[in-house]
Design a protein. Structure first.
Length: 306
């Protein structure tokens, strides 16, 4: 039975590409291992895999009794429900350390960089294994996606340095246009059910016993969602009720203007006002310069709930 490597629920491009890349590297290091995803590919990930001719990982939702590596997360809320019955061999991630624990020592690569694929590209170097052209291409796209083409507060010099190397290997010279091509795919909302948009890049958190949900749509222009904004607002209210959460947020991030309109469904909106020092009007607030859920939303909210 082979080991499986997978990223978080509602897989994003990093979760998908990091699983594929780590499986490739580990295979070359002699392990019997395959990549997996916890849910269907989103349009951006589909575009990236097609562009470089890489097969999609199998969708696997149950991991009991399996040896596993986690990529791009270490939070139980973002892991499979039966993770406790799996044997975690290692974690490769770039988020704050979550609440996953293990029964034995593990291989752990958690770096404060913009993308899991930045860590994995560095692991290829560490183990002296050549990165295949198509794997370089998908890792490059994952880094451009997670760092919002190097504009996100999460982007580090290490991410840029790794991208310089990856672009040589895969022959992509214009990273800005590759990034925008990708974000245009990501921005497409037409014909997509509202709930699917809310959940497309959505994560649940536990903050001192309060359930908090936060989704994000990264858009090349906010006007793309003008026609459906009211539906999005209604849907996060519904989702909050269904989950019994304290708060559900949806970040509408304008990657060109570099800011986020935050849609709020909350038992107590003053939490948002206190956290971001901005007053919501009609349960919405524009937060200039805010593009990263991980770095600019979640830690500050956690402090408020402290
Ligand atoms: Mg991710
Ligand atoms: Mg990531
Ligand atoms: Mg992201």
């Amino acid at each position: 039975m082979s080991t499986l490597v997978f990223g978080h629920k509602n897989p994003d491009t990093d979760s998908v590409c990091a699983a594929i890349a780590l499986a490739d590297l580990k295979k070359k290091l002699g392990e019997d291992i395959a990549p997996a995803i916890q849910g269907e590919l989103n349009p951006e990930s589909t575009f990236v895999l097609n562009k470089f001719g890489v097969a999609a990982p199998a969708v696997v939702t149950s991991y009991a009794g399996k040896d596993v590596y986690l990529v791009d997360h270490s939070d139980l809320a973002q892991s499979p429900d039966d993770l406790k019955e799996a044997n975690i061999l290692g974690i490769v991630d770039h988020h704050k350390l979550g609440d996953v624990t293990t029964g034995q020592p593990l291989e752990c690569w958690i770096w404060p960089v913009g993308c899991t694929c930045t860590v994995i590209a560095s692991m290829y170097d560490y183990f002296n294994i050549d990165i295949p052209k198509e794997i370089a291409g998908i890792m490059l796209c994952a880094i451009l996606s997670d760092t919002v083409i190097f504009k996100s507060a999460t982007c580090t010099d290490k991410d840029k340095e790794v991208c310089d190397k990856l672009k040589e290997i895969c022959g992509e010279n214009d990273l800005e246009s590759l990034g925008i091509e990708m974000f245009k795919v990501k921005s497409a909302v037409e014909g997509t059910p509202v709930r699917e948009l809310v959940l497309r890049d959505y994560k649940d958190f536990d903050m001192s016993g309060n359930g908090i949900g936060c989704g994000q749509l990264e858009l090349v222009d906010l006007s793309i969602v003008d026609g459906i904004k009211a539906d999005l607002e209604k849907d996060i209210q519904d989702l909050k009720a269904e989950k019994g959460h304290h708060t559900v947020l949806l970040m509408l991030t304008d990657i060109m203007k570099e800011g986020t309109e935050l849609l709020i469904a909350s038992d107590d909106e003053s939490v948002i006002e206190k956290t971001f020092n901005a007053t919501p009007v009609d349960s919405k607030v524009w937060l200039p310069g805010i593009m990263s859920r991980k770095k600019q939303i979640i830690p500050d909210l956690e402090k408020t709930f402290g």
